[in-house]
Structure formats: structure tokens, C-alpha cells
Design a protein around this ligand. Structure first.
Ligand SMILES: Nc1ncnc2c1ncn2[C@@H]1O[C@H](COP(=O)(O)OP(=O)(O)OP(=O)(O)O)[C@@H](O)[C@H]1O
Ligand SMILES: O=C(O)[C@@H](O)C(=O)CO
Length: 421
């Protein structure tokens, strides 16, 4: 297997999002969970997205994992590796985007790397280095209240510089509009000035196509699915068959369930809408942290209900409730305890025959998939922008949807289950 493109993603839902984009653009793609073991047999593919859970862990650990993933991909022939980050640039002044990118760039022997989190399909655009979420700058968007990494500065040149070893420059829209050669020249000029990374403006898919072509002249780049689209369109063979087509050909059957740990406004609305379609249990996060009994009660609640149709269990709460819980228990402790509880519920569901599982939230999905021991997925059709149906590539056949907190319409849970047969 010689890969056209290798990707290292900093969380599992983000990896699915990218794998979805690459698949739609015509690249046969597999998403692995962590760095694949030598005995994992992968189908013949064009791209592998190695999903890490490295967004919110200590920076030195994120660097070590990402370097290992990068080395695995290079060992399978990937000449270009994209580091997939969140389209809302989720990070803190300690990292992990800057430290990981510094390390991958140095390992590749590159002076500079192109960076853009723009993803027009989900309303993320970058102008003069400022990230917009829909119509508002990042720091006015709901991301300012993110439970783990509140984003309070929309100027990504500044944000990335605070967490990087080297200085950061800008490739502005006027340069992008002139085409890939002009972007490559600007990258070279910025590298000559000693810049180690360059935030690139992008508003439309066409801008990302330009950036994808320019980035391929280098060995490493960093971005969200928008950059993946640009890279994939530059690499895909025209007229190739739809790589997602046969993933759902054979039904998986079994029971179905949904778990939500994301507290984003989008997920909160989706849970509200799901109440019209299936039984929904809202967990008490305080009890979940304090007592193991809360998990057993949730399982008892799901008992007969899940035998007769899908159920949804959510820990999700409003920003005020999240802040209050975090103040009492600490951000990490609260987050990990709740992720652990949802992962435990997922395993209990699978033991009861659930084979179709929808999970909302990146960290939450990471905890669930790890606990279930799933290792790789083939990428099926898209449920909503950034969220494909995934089918296990090894072991017990299962269908999963791993949803980033901010993705999907109000009807997401119903829509996902409708596609997962
Ligand atoms: N009621 C709650 N109070 C405090 N923290 C919570 C609560 N419910 C869930 N959490 C924690 O909040 C975090 C949510 O992160 P997660 O990545 O799962 O969702 P997200 O940030 O919306 O999604 P994404 O990372 O894909 O944008 C997790 O660590 C989860 O355990
Ligand atoms: O890029 C995005 O917004 C998503 O793929 C993601 O990573 C959110 O966690």
C-alpha cells in the first residue's frame, strides 16, 4: 500500500470529519483509532487518517503520539502528511496545535508549514488571519464557552504564535486569490523571514483548492476538513468510483443507541429534537461523578426500552451548569469522569446487542471508541456535513456515527439512525 495522503487527527470525530471529506472527494480512506498495530490488515486505500485523542492532553504527550503516527504514515509512502485540527482551532496557550506542528515540521525537514482551519461547508472562514464561525468572530461564537478550551481570541496568527516555538506569518486573501504559485512564493518569503508557520486566509472551497495545491509542494500542512478537501481534490483521480458506496451494502442490524457528552449549543438542540423520536435520559452529572450507582440506574432505565427501539442518554448541560460543575470538581476531573461513565454505558450497550451507536462530542467519542477497543473504520456515506457513517474494518461488524459537538442539524440523531441499518 502506498498512500497518496497521510493524516494525523487530534480527535476521533475530527478524524471522521476529515475521512468523510476525503472520501467525498474520491479518495479511498480508512480511519484508524490510534497508531495501527502491525497485525491490523487494512484494505487498499489512498489515504489513512490516524485518529489520536491528543487535543486536550499534555503537549509533550501529544507531540510524541503525533510523531509516531506521522512516522507510521511516512513508512506507508505518504509524501504529504496533514495534521488535522478542529475548524474552531480548539487549543490553549500551552498547545497542542503549535507544539505538534513544530515537531512534525522539524521531522519533515521543512522550514515552514501552511495552516488554515477554514471549512466553508460548516461556516468556518479565515480572513486577515481571523477565524469566523458563521457570521461572528471565533471569540464571539459559542466556542468562547467551550468546557475544555474556551476560545477568546479570533486572531489565529496571535493564537498560534503564543503556543509555537517560532514566529507565525499570514498568507492573506489577496495572495490566495492569485493562485497556488503566489501562495508558494509567499510561503517561501515568510520562511526567509524566519516564520515557522503561516495562517492562510480562505473563504470558499476554491481558496482551499488553491491552498491544497500549494501545500502539496511541502511535506506537512495543518488544517481542518477544508484543507483536506483542497488536498484531496488535488490528488484524486478524475472519474474514480464513489469510495463510500459499498460500506452500507450489507445491513448490520442489532440494537441502536445514542450517547451525548457534548455540551455545545448544537448538541443541546439536537437532544431536544430527539425527544420527539426516542426515549431520552438526561444524566445528573454531579451523581455521575460521585456515585457508580448512577451508571447502573441509567442501564436499568435503558433495559427494556433499548430492546424495542433506539434510546438516547446524555450528560449534556448548559454552559452555566457546566461551569458550576467544573468549579466544584475541576475541569479535567469532571470531563474525564463523565467521559468514563459514557464509555462504560457504551460497553454495556454493546454487551446487550447494540451494533449501531451514535456518539456526540469529540472527547466523548474518543473515550467510547477506546473503551470498546475499536481499531479502524471504513468510511461510508455522509449523514451531515462532517459526519459520515463508519463501519468497523475489523472484528464485530458495527456502524457508528461520531459527531463533533458543533456538527449536524437539529434532526441529527434521527437522521443518523435512519441511515444506519
Ligand atoms: N454536564 C457536564 N458538565 C461538565 N462537563 C461535561 C458535562 N457533560 C459532559 N461534559 C464533558 O464536557 C466535555 C465535552 O467535550 P466533547 O469533546 O465530548 O464535546 P464537544 O467539545 O462539544 O465536541 P467537539 O470536541 O467535537 O467539538 C467532555 O469532557 C465531557 O465529559
Ligand atoms: O473541524 C471540526 O470542526 C471537527 O472536525 C472537529 O474536529 C470538532 O471537534
Amino acid at each position: 500500500m502506498t498512500l497518496s495522503l497521510g493524516c494525523v487527527a487530534d480527535d476521533y470525530t475530527g478524524a471522521s470529519d476529515l475521512a468523510n471529506t476525503l472520501t467525498k472527494a474520491g479518495l479511498r480512506t480508512v480511519q484508524t483509532i490510534g497508531i495501527p498495530a502491525d497485525d491490523l490488515a487494512l484494505p487498499e486505500v489512498d489515504a489513512v487518517v490516524v485518529a489520536l485523542k491528543s487535543r486536550s492532553i499534555p503537549a509533550d504527550r501529544a507531540v510524541a503520539l503525533s510523531r509516531e503516527a506521522d512516522a507510521w504514515l511516512r513508512g506507508r509512502g505518504a509524501a504529504h502528511v496533514m495534521f488535522k485540527i478542529c475548524s474552531t482551532f480548539d487549543s490553549t496557550d500551552q498547545g497542542n496545535i503549535g507544539p505538534v506542528l513544530d515537531a512534525l515540521r522539524e521531522d519533515a525537514g521543512e522550514a515552514i508549514a501552511l495552516v488554515t482551519p477554514a471549512f466553508p461547508e460548516t461556516g468556518r472562514s479565515v480572513y486577515q488571519g481571523h477565524l469566523f464561525v458563521g457570521a461572528v468572530p471565533l471569540d464571539e461564537s459559542p466556542l468562547k464557552d467551550h468546557p475544555l478550551n474556551p476560545m477568546r481570541d479570533a486572531n489565529l496568527v496571535r493564537v498560534l504564535a503564543r503556543q509555537s516555538a517560532g514566529p507565525v506569518g499570514l498568507i492573506d486573501m489577496a495572495t490566495v486569490a492569485k493562485g497556488a504559485d503566489s501562495v508558494r512564493e509567499r510561503l517561501a518569503a515568510l520562511a526567509g523571514e524566519g516564520k515557522a508557520a503561516a495562517i492562510a486566509d480562505a473563504i470558499f472551497d476554491a481558496d482551499l483548492e488553491t491552498l491544497g495545491r500549494a501545500a502539496l509542494a511541502h511535506k506537512v500542512s495543518c488544517g481542518a476538513s477544508g484543507l483536506g478537501l483542497g488536498l484531496a481534490r488535488a490528488l484524486a483521480q478524475p472519474g474514480s468510483a464513489d469510495p463510500a458506496a459499498d460500506v452500507l451494502a450489507e445491513p448490520v442490524g442489532g440494537l441502536a443507541a445514542c450517547l451525548a457528552g457534548s455540551c455545545s449549543q448544537v448538541t443541546l438542540q439536537q437532544i431536544e429534537a430527539a425527544e420527539a423520536l426516542m426515549p431520552v435520559l438526561r444524566l445528573d452529572p454531579e451523581r455521575l461523578i460521585a456515585e457508580g450507582a448512577a451508571i447502573e440506574e441509567a442501564l436499568a432505565w435503558a433495559g427494556e426500552r433499548v430492546e424495542s427501539g433506539p434510546v438516547l442518554i446524555a450528560s449534556s448541560a448548559s454552559p452555566e451548569a457546566v461551569r458550576a460543575l467544573q468549579a466544584r470538581h475541576g475541569v479535567e476531573r469532571a470531563g474525564h469522569a463523565i467521559e468514563g461513565a459514557l464509555a462504560h454505558l457504551a460497553a454495556a450497550f454493546v454487551a446487550r446487542g447494540v451494533r449501531r451507536l451514535v456518539v456526540a462530542g469529540g472527547e466523548t467519542s474518543g473515550a467510547v471508541v477506546d473503551h470498546l477497543g475499536l481499531r479502524a473504520f471504513r468510511v461510508g456515506p455522509e449523514i451531515a456535513a462532517g459526519v459520515p457513517v463508519l463501519r468497523t474494518a475489523a472484528g464485530e461488524p458495527m456502524l457508528l456515527a461520531l459527531k463533533s459537538g458543533n456538527f449536524g442539524g437539529r434532526d441529527f440523531f434521527g437522521r443518523a439512525l435512519g441511515m444506519m441499518r
